[in-house]
Design a protein around this ligand. Structure first.
Ligand SMILES: Cc1ncc(COP(=O)(O)O)c(C=O)c1O
Length: 408
């Protein structure tokens, strides 16, 4: 209640927010604020939000420091991104894409993948255009689409809930369902491979089917490939832009933050990313990084296996979905208001973080309201942490044994 000139009239809603904020869930408390270190016990191990607890490689830090010391890197950049970085992106991606890239027309540097995606929606969406996204979806798509007048249309990936050993490949698209979701207002399909939070690496066949629909209905593909360097078990990352006919209807988005373990750099502004791309092959950086992430993934896999819990073995990205259907808690457990009335996963994640000291993210947040029942079965654990931290987390999680019901 603000007091102006002695008046106690409530002025908190004097200028109402635009309805776009509500539609984009921007007025509700988001999952990152609820499961934030500030709200959880101080010694809770954070496997929630997907950022690393280790620094970028030293040679990337050195390049960033070097750039900070230069005059040119301290001032306005070229609007499409610094030429050195665009040149480095061209050289790095050309062999993978199998064509010559034009740095003026085909490469745009943005402040992180999020801004890149936002720019795609700004550039292509008219009011009421429909955007198909697979559920679970990276939560930022929703505000980015709705703020630009788009209408999200959700097509769930269907998990295999019957077998005990599941991989991310067992989360499948029902292509008839996808076809039925397309209307005369559909403008684009968002593809995210490797996928957050499932870890699914879409197969060539799946991408070909999506491509065929894009051709048939003249749709744009926004391909979010921020985890393109993080695939496991020899799984091949296929770029939908390289499939026949798809170059002209695909915008591919990448992230130096994910690639170089530097999520706070926001690509390009220090040119460290350019140095990274220039040296990435010679240093065999990605091979080493993949091995390290595989080892990190294994710590959680071993932990969940020893607990006998179901989970999705991810073939890409750095997340594991744990099936929390078997986790129980006392009926009168004192949950805070922020998680009450949300999916069962919000309660489970809160309970695990508070009582067992390891935070994770409830997966129903990555679904529309009608499909919460699919997502609320899972908690997302990020393994972009050092092995020692993950081992400590695994050790704590062993205590879950006492709250697992055996007939689930
Ligand atoms: C699927 C996906 N896309 C995009 C982003 C955002 O990337 P950036 O940090 O480069 O904006 C993330 C970050 O978590 C992500 O998981």
């Amino acid at each position: 209640m603000a007091q102006i000139n002695g008046s106690t009239k409530d002025r908190s809603n004097l200028i109402p927010f635009s309805s776009r904020l509500r539609e984009g869930r921007a007025l509700a408390q988001d999952v990152w604020s609820i499961f934030n270190a500030a709200n959880l016990p101080h010694d809770c191990i954070n496997l929630g939000q997907g950022y690393m607890n280790f620094a970028p490689p030293e040679w990337i830090q050195e390049a960033a420091n070097e750039a900070l010391g230069t005059v040119s890197a301290s001032h306005y950049s070229h609007p499409r991104g610094r030429p050195r970085l665009r040149e480095a992106l061209k050289k790095y991606y050309e062999p993978m894409i199998g064509r010559t890239l034009n740095t003026e027309k085909e490469i745009l540097v943005t402040s992180g993948a999020n801004e890149g995606q936002y720019s795609v929606f700004v550039a292509f969406l008219e009011e009421g255009d429909e955007v198909i996204m697979f559920e679970p979806f990276f939560d930022q798509y929703l505000p980015s689409v709705t703020f630009n007048g788009g209408k999200p249309v959700y097509v769930p990936l269907h998990p295999d809930t019957t077998s005990h050993k599941t991989t991310s490949n067992d989360w499948v698209v029902d292509f008839e369902e996808l076809r039925r979701a397309i209307t005369s207002r559909t403008k684009m399909i968002i593809v995210n491979t490797p996928h957050n939070p499932v870890g699914k690496v879409f197969t060539q066949t799946e991408l070909e089917k999506i491509a065929a629909l894009a051709e048939e209905f003249n749709l744009l593909i926004m391909s979010d490939e921020v985890y393109d360097t993080l695939t496991f078990d020899d799984k091949e990352h296929v770029r939908i832009a390289t499939l026949p006919g798809m170059w002209d209807r695909t915008v591919t988005v990448g992230s130096a933050g994910k690639m170089f373990n530097a999520t706070g750099y926001r690509v390009g502004w220090l040119e460290a990313a350019a140095a990274g791309l220039e040296q990435i092959v010679e240093r065999k950086f990605l091979e080493k990084q993949r091995r390290e992430y595989s080892e990190r993934r294994q710590v959680l896999i071993d932990c969940f296996d020893s607990l006998g819990l179901k989970y999705t073995r991810p073939e890409g990205s750095y997340f594991i979905l744990l099936d929390i259907g078997a986790i129980t808690w006392p009926e009168d457990y004192p949950f805070p208001e922020s998680v009450k009335g949300r999916g069962r996963d919000f309660l489970a994640c809160w309970y695990i973080a508070t009582e067992f000291g390891v935070s994770s993210i409830p997966v129903s947040e990555f679904y529309c309201e009608e499909h919460v029942s699919i997502g609320e079965r899972y908690a997302r654990f990020a393994f972009c942490k050092d092995v020692e931290t993950l081992r400590q987390a695994a050790c704590r999680l062993q205590n879950l044994r006492s709250v697992i019901k055996t007939d689930a």
